[in-house]
Design a protein around this ligand. Structure first.
Ligand SMILES: NC(=O)c1ccc[n+]([C@@H]2O[C@H](COP(=O)([O-])OP(=O)(O)OC[C@H]3O[C@@H](n4cnc5c(N)ncnc54)[C@H](OP(=O)(O)O)[C@@H]3O)[C@@H](O)[C@H]2O)c1
Length: 283
């Protein structure tokens, strides 16, 4: 299969390109190779490549979206629509990633969100991502929307990706304890996404490791898995709260996800976040 990946230098895009290239013909386009907000460039590139599948991993990050709402709309809504239109024109399928930030995250302790829950984004990122997940199937019926949450893996500078190494290096970290979601190991996200694609049922999926945790609980477990003594972990982790981080965009507080469609098509539950984190930390 010939697969075109956009946003291929990011966390999901880079891992996906590396994995799929083992068995498929992959055209991995970084931001510098293709700007998905350029409709003509998207059309031309897809028409030249004639992929059977497009996977869009390009995104504008949460706080930048809040500061630049027009750019957020261009990257998270318009770009995915151009890609879906181009996919439709060459008879390709499209996989588009979205986010737990589609939801409001209230009340804390509620049942995990499913596709039957109404999107209710609380920031510009969430709003533009919801617009994107609606625009894609309108432009290309052969589409998969994969909502995921708190993705981590090697190669990105984010709390979830670096906390295990930071703790082992004896660095102090600040970990938020009043925001909870489903954490997702990027390799598990890729496995499940390709299983979904192989089943061929179009729709909206929630792909996350099982369970729910806060950033603090994630950090504690990462430290434990790195065999750091509990009193040393306690010395290194400063527990903090979302309001104290003074981040630019509001964050939903409680957004675990559950996948009704995976259950319907007979895919087994994904492993727990602790099991997945153990594999990541132990390499
Ligand atoms: N990571 C998570 O925790 C998480 C959680 C939920 C959902 N997701 C979803 O998963 C998908 C992938 O996220 P990720 O974590 O891999 O993001 P990422 O690491 O930030 O990578 C995004 C990539 O998109 C590129 N990009 C930005 N604007 C672009 C444009 N106009 N045209 C082409 N490329 C552009 C960026 O390049 P530059 O940096 O050069 O601009 C970057 O390489 C997104 O749909 C995201 O919403 C991720």
């Amino acid at each position: 299969m010939k697969i075109l990946i956009t946003g291929a230098a990011g966390l999901v895009g880079s891992h996906l390109a590396q994995r799929l290239a083992r068995e498929q013909e992959v055209v991995a386009l970084k931001h510098g190779d293709l700007d998905i907000t350029d409709a003509d460039a998207v059309r031309r590139r897809v028409a030249e490549t004639i992929p059977e599948l497009i996977v869009n991993c390009a995104v504008l990050q949460v706080d930048e979206c809040e500061q630049k709402p027009a750019k957020a709309g261009a990257v998270n809504r318009d770009g995915p629509r151009y890609l879906a239109e181009a996919a439709s024109a060459v008879g390709a399928e499209i996989i588009h990633f979205s986010t737990q930030y589609a939801f409001a995250g209230e009340p804390v302790g509620r049942a995990p969100y499913t596709i039957q829950d109404e999107p209710w984004p609380v920031n510009v990122y969430g709003k533009t991502k919801v617009d994107g997940e609606q625009a894609v199937p309108q432009a290309c019926a052969r589409s998969y929307i994969i909502r995921t949450s708190w993705v981590y893996g090697s190669g990105k500078n984010s709390f979830l990706c670096t906390v295990a190494d930071d703790l082992r290096a004896g660095k102090r970290v600040r970990a938020i304890d009043d925001i909870r979601s489903s954490a997702t190991y990027v390799e598990d996200l890729i496995d499940r996404t390709m299983e979904i694609h192989a089943k061929g049922r179009y729709g909206v999926y929630h792909v996350v490791n099982a369970g729910v945790c806060s950033y603090y609980e994630f950090a504690l477990e990462a430290g434990r898995l790195r065999s750091i003594a509990r009193d040393e972990i306690d010395r290194l982790i400063e527990v903090t709260h979302e309001r104290d981080m003074k981040r630019i965009a509001a964050r939903p507080r409680y957004t675990p996800l559950r996948c009704l469609l995976s259950e319907e098509i007979g895919l087994p539950p994904m492993r727990t976040w602790r099991d997945a984190l153990a594999e990541f930390v132990r390499g």
